[in-house]
Ligand binder design. Structure first.
Ligand SMILES: C[S@@+](CC[C@H](N)C(=O)[O-])C[C@H]1O[C@@H](n2cnc3c(N)ncnc32)[C@H](O)[C@@H]1O
Length: 309
């Protein structure tokens, strides 16, 4: 399936693009957002990251038709700061992240992201990485697996699923998505199975986050990206999962809240550090009715925008 970019217009607006600005797209995908950025910055430069080599190669072709003022980087955006430093860049006008998996990744049965197709357990965005879902499912200890399912899937039946995975793999390794789906189904009550939504959704989400180091990458990026913005620069983040949205919201809140104890009567006004950032909008920006009709993936999307003062 073609990737339909979510919250495209509002996120491009949010970046407040300047013709000669330097912008970073942390999640290139099929260059939906990057194409729009590149069109708007004829005298500027775009740096775009992706873990997925296919995304990089397909997007290179697409972006070359617009201009040559871009650099594609095959790396996790966790290394944003050091990668840009290697190009002599430490300050930028805007940074965009459109988190998660792209439709071409999810809908390609060979990539093993989906519980709908039978495939080898894989789920790697970066096919050169040594850790796939196969290793997580077959080599992680019971305790580690439980942590993954609890922390990244908020899976209510995590304990039973993990017990059943560990039992099944004593016999032979669990190699395919459907073997895992069957184990998950056998771990749930009939009442839970009758509920809306696929029973393997939370477990697959949790494994995908672990395999691709998604939570750790977001944490590292949220730490570094704000400090790279010039005055007036923007950091726009689109999330699809409550875990990512919570991390983004908390970090933005931390950066936009006054430091120190406001009630300390001995503090002089000049001693009170004022925040160096503000939020573009107090509430997150949500998809329009049109977005929702065009793309079911958009249902859980939220855009939050941080502005450097
Ligand atoms: C939702 S898609 C982005 C779609 C893109 N905005 C578009 O309009 O085509 C997310 C992309 O980010 C990539 N990605 C996810 N986590 C990443 C990370 N930590 N570092 C670099 N790329 C990442 C995925 O491989 C995927 O291609």
């Amino acid at each position: 399936m073609e990737h339909v970019s979510v919250l495209l217009e509002p996120s491009i607006q949010a970046l407040n693009l300047r013709k000669d600005g330097i912008y970073v797209d942390l999640t290139l995908g099929r260059a939906g957002h990057s194409s729009r950025i590149l069109q708007a910055i004829p005298q500027g430069h775009l740096y775009a990251f992706d873990l997925d080599l296919t995304a990089i190669e397909e997007s290179r072709e697409k972006l070359s038709k617009i201009g040559d003022n871009f650099t594609l980087i095959h790396s996790s955006f966790a290394k944003l700061k050091e990668c840009l430093a290697s190009y002599g860049v430490d300050k930028v006008d805007g940074i965009l992240a459109d988190l998660g998996v792209s439709s071409p990744q999810f809908d390609d049965p060979k990539r093993g992201f989906s519980y709908r197709y039978d495939a080898r357990l894989d789920m790697r965005m970066d096919v050169t990485s040594p850790l796939s879902a196969y290793e997580v499912v077959n080599t992680y200890s019971e305790k580690e697996l439980l942590r993954v399912l609890n922390d990244y899937g908020e899976e209510r039946d995590a304990y039973r699923i993990v017990k059943n995975i560990c039992k099944a793999r004593q016999d032979h390794p669990i190699t395919t998505t459907m073997e895992l789906v069957d184990i998950i189904k056998s771990s749930k009550s009939a009442a839970t199975l009758a509920k809306k939504g696929h029973p393997a959704k939370q477990t697959f989400q949790a494994l995908r986050i672990e395999v691709n180091g998604e939570a750790k990458a977001l944490q590292a990026m949220l730490e570094d990206a704000p400090g790279m913005l010039i005055s007036g620069g923007r950091l726009a983040i689109i999330t699809f999962m409550s875990l990512d949205d919570r991390m983004t919201k908390l970090r933005f809140r931390e950066l936009t809240t006054l430091e120190g104890d406001r009630h300390d009567i001995f503090l002089r006004p000049e001693d009170i550090a004022t925040p160096k950032f503000h939020l573009a909008t107090r509430k997150p920006i949500l998809p329009s009715e049109e977005d929702l009709a065009a793309n079911p993936r958009a249902a859980s999307a939220k855009l939050r925008v941080l502005v450097k003062d």
